[in-house]
Design a protein around this ligand. Structure first.
Ligand code: IMP
Ligand code: MG
Length: 173
């Protein structure tokens, strides 16, 4: 059955906000270089767009974790499907995520990556659903805070589709 997608955040609003974040983050790391870690697959659209507007030297790496399966409810499990290619020891690291929901994925990832001795470790998310938080996560940069609804687009999927939408939409099942 086809779902109806209602626009929540337009392409223009997202583009504008990402440019603002790139300015803010570039300023915060002035004189340094930044190692951006994208959490696949959802974070990829956000990270490429964000990195294009950064004005400091940037390197990138990718990591894939699974927690959800094909459901709209968290299974609570976090598994590393693909680890980073490079060491993060001594680097200023920024994790780039699509969305923080329960916070399970990120609280696990942050603890694990902290153990690898980066010079610093911060978190940037395009979307935050604070109402759904189960585990405390310190978010350093947030694109948009959104209400508790299942969203798709700009990297986010429903059953692996809709990631390519240039806007954020709410799925009406
Ligand atoms: P958390 O561990 O509950 O914070 O969930 C993190 C992951 O769940 C995100 O990186 C997404 O992949 C997925 N997720 C959470 N909320 C949504 C949503 O509204 N739409 C699509 N995926 C979501
Ligand atoms: Mg994700």
């Amino acid at each position: 059955m086809a779902e109806t997608i209602k626009v929540l955040i337009s392409e223009e609003e997202i583009d504008k906000r990402i440019k603002e974040l790139a300015v803010e983050i570039s300023k915060a790391y002035e004189g340094k270089s930044l190692h951006m870690i994208c959490v696949l697959k959802g974070g990829v659209f956000f990270m490429t767009e964000l990195s294009k507007h950064m004005t400091i030297p940037v390197s990138i790496d990718f990591m894939s974790v699974s927690s959800y399966g094909d459901a709209t409810v968290s299974s609570g499990r976090v598994k590393i499907v693909k680890d980073l290619d490079e060491s993060i020891e001594g680097k200023d690291v920024l994790i780039v995520e699509d969305i923080i929901d329960s916070g399970r994925t990120l609280s696990y990832l942050l603890a694990m990556l902290k153990g690898r001795m980066p010079a610093s470790l911060k978190l940037c998310t395009l979307l935050d659903k604070p109402d759904r938080r189960e585990m405390e996560v310190a978010v350093d940069y947030t694109g948009f805070k959104i209400p508790d609804a299942f969203v798709v687009g700009y990297g986010l999927d429903y059953k692996q589709i809709y990631r390519n939408l240039p806007y954020i939409g709410v799925v009406e099942l």
